[in-house]
Ligand binder design. Sequence first.
Ligand SMILES: Cc1ncc(C[n+]2csc(CCOP(=O)(O)OP(=O)(O)O)c2C)c(N)n1
Ligand SMILES: [Mg+2]
Length: 328
Amino acid sequence: MKHIYSKKTIQRLYETMLRIRHVEESFVEPILSGTIRCPVHLYVGEEGVAAGTLAHTNKDDIIFGTHRSHGHYLAKGGDMRAMVAEIYGKETGCAKGRGGSMHVVDAKKGMLGAAPIVAGTVSLAVGAALSFKIKKQKNVAIAFFGDGAVGEGVLHEALNFAALNKLPVLFVCENNYYSTHMPLRDTRPYDNIFELGAPHKIAYARASGNDVLKVYDVAGDMIQKCRVGQGPAFIEFLTYRYRGHVGPNDNIQGTQTDIRPKAEVAKWKRNDPIRNLESYIARNKILSRGEQDKILKRVGKEIQNAHAFSQKSRFPDPKTLSDYVFKK
Ligand SMILES: Cc1ncc(C[n+]2csc(CCOP(=O)(O)OP(=O)(O)O)c2C)c(N)n1
Ligand SMILES: [Mg+2]
């Protein structure tokens, strides 16, 4: 279906991608200086997937993410201050400073889980979808996962169970062609992840994750199918992370371990999701330079405030270490 993009939609997609990109870039210095102490997996380069997909969700829809989920959290309506505080390990963080970057969890925002266990949250999204079906709610659950998750049995079990029970769950594979340092071509005989939908006879598609309007179109159609009882659905978005697997340069052990060819990284940077949308905006005269600058300024301010808020916040009291482990 061809979607009509209102100025408001374009503006929202643009601002969401800028918020993700710039807040993540603002982590580089504190990671390198050791002020941020948890492992941080940056999503820079992949912003189109979260922004385009989650523009179709409402606050009662539920999503689950991975170790690389800052983008999912923000695009789902997450609070940037709570996310930044979480990454600094502060009590005011969305997981009360207990989770860090890999667990940006916030039930109030419909982000019920993010975890670094590869494919570990996929079955949880299926569970959320099952609850929607039982309660006859018109909501959708979304599982975001990487190409690495395709090698885990639980993904295939989750697809089978969701298809069998016709659950309103959207499976979103973010194929960035690498699982840590392992290229996709060394783990799969064919570059055809999207075809996993075929044996389950569910709707499936593949699209560029770096063209946020394509993401918006494809995800919009699939989410609509889930809402009207034609789920589940599976989408593979092709994208690329600009930075290392973990940390800005993948230098967690003090050495440079990002083995990706420079020309490959450069090729993907020429297909940047934010630049791509900016070209569309300019070609179609959707936002003036002044309007774009205003958005950029707003985003910059939001990020500055979030860091200032985190700096003022306290670390959790060690005596409360076991709080929140069990529901009281
Ligand atoms: C079950 C499991 N196996 C291995 C790991 C180690 N590990 C952490 S991230 C990762 C790669 C994940 O790659 P992908 O799913 O493609 O996500 P990306 O990092 O590319 O976003 C691996 C193997 C893990 N966390 N969990
Ligand atoms: Mg990957």
